[in-house]
Design a binder for this molecule. Structure first.
Ligand code: AMP
Length: 343
């Protein structure tokens, strides 16, 4: 894909999380794909033949050291969950490498309090938050800050249980959230700042250890073994939703995009995900937003049942990002998709 000026653009991402579909999608849209991989973790990107070029680093935390090189390569960086784990927001903000997305939205994703304000502004139904462990009067889930993939989360039903369990996590920041009993559904969206249209890309459910296997042993054995629930993510499973839920799903996504414009004028765009639980009364509770591509889109390298309806060609979320960049380049609007990047 040729740049307006001289050097062709490359699409680059960290070799982890959703990199396989991002890199493949970039190639499908005619870009050169560049993977930044940690030593000893290169194999999938070679074996699956998705990376035209690979840069190897000891740790993703070295990304700032590659900044000048990536600028010279005319690379466009596609962020995903691993970048948030590897470097802090200030460092991301200071990168000069072109960056797909709106960096101003990141603090609103990372800080759970701000995130809640945003989702509340969008008029979504959220689980109750308990200010203190002493207030717990029903099932709660205790979640730690940062994109840790659910590791270490625990449940507590009363103040005593909370006090006993929180002792294992000294000096960690956490939030105490009402535990919603229902079906967890992760909704994958894409919002185009070029067409101003919201697309539903697909859905997934997660495969978490050990909660997704506890049901395989009898309740008595669970009690005897004193098993504590944990939510460490191990994979994702594809899902379609009851079709009558779709109108509400579109409206929820649109309201989130609208509310994001109050947070920053450029708002949220590109791929994002609402993490929900649907109750038996079919009410959506939104417990989190990911303001970027999520790993739950990985089952759809070749497109989801929904993108198949719309595109009639394989369209992963990764490819959709590359398509948006391509359309932006072709229409001279690259600045609209690289907010706080150098277009
Ligand atoms: P998160 O890190 O926020 O994506 O949460 C990890 C997992 O915890 C989710 O996949 C859900 O299975 C579960 N979970 C999180 N929040 C809630 C909640 N408020 N009610 C019920 N389950 C939840």
């Amino acid at each position: 894909m040729a740049a307006n000026s001289s050097k062709p653009f490359k699409i680059c991402t960290l070799g982890s999380h959703t990199a396989l579909q991002v890199l493949k999608g970039a190639k499908d849209e005619g870009f050169t794909s560049l993977a930044i991989c940690e030593e000893g973790r290169v194999r999938p990107y070679e074996s699956f033949n998705v990376a035209d070029e690979i840069i190897t680093v000891k740790s993703f935390s070295e990304l700032p050291d590659l900044d000048a090189r990536l600028v010279a390569e005319n690379a466009i960086l596609i962020p995903h969950g691993s970048i948030l784990n590897a470097i802090d927001l200030k460092t991301i903000a200071n990168l000069k490498t072109k960056y797909f997305g709106n960096k101003h939205i990141l603090p609103w994703e990372v800080d759970r309090t701000k995130q809640r304000q945003w989702l509340a502004k969008a008029g979504l139904t959220l689980p109750k938050i308990y200010k203190s462990g002493q207030d717990i009067d029903g099932p709660t889930i205790i979640k730690f800050f940062g994109a840790g993939g659910g590791k270490g989360y625990f449940l507590a039903h009363n103040p005593e249980e909370f006090e006993r369990k929180i002792k294992d996590h000294p000096s960690k920041r956490y939030v105490i959230q009402e535990y919603i009993v229902g079906a967890p559904i992760y909704i994958h969206y894409f919002y185009s700042p070029l067409t101003k249209e919201l697309e539903v890309m697909g859905f997934d459910k997660r495969y978490e250890s050990n909660v997704d296997s506890i049901g395989r042993i009898a309740a008595k054995d669970q009690m005897d073994l004193m098993i504590e629930s944990s939510y460490n993510i191990t994979g994702n499973m594809p899902l379609v939703v009851r079709e009558s839920l779709l109108p509400e799903i579109f409206e929820m996504g649109e309201r989130v995009v609208e509310a994001s414009k109050k947070v920053d004028p450029h708002g949220l765009f590109g791929p994002f995900c609402l993490e929900t639980v649907i109750t038996p009364e079919l009410e959506f509770f939104v417990f989190e937003i990911s303001a970027r591509i999520v790993a739950g889109t990985n089952p759809y390298t070749n497109g989801s049942p929904y993108t198949d309806l719309r595109y009639n060609e394989p369209m992963s979320s990764g490819r959709r990002v590359a398509r948006e960049i391509k359309l932006a380049i072709e229409s001279g609007q690259l600045d609209k998709v690289l907010v706080n990047g150098v277009a």
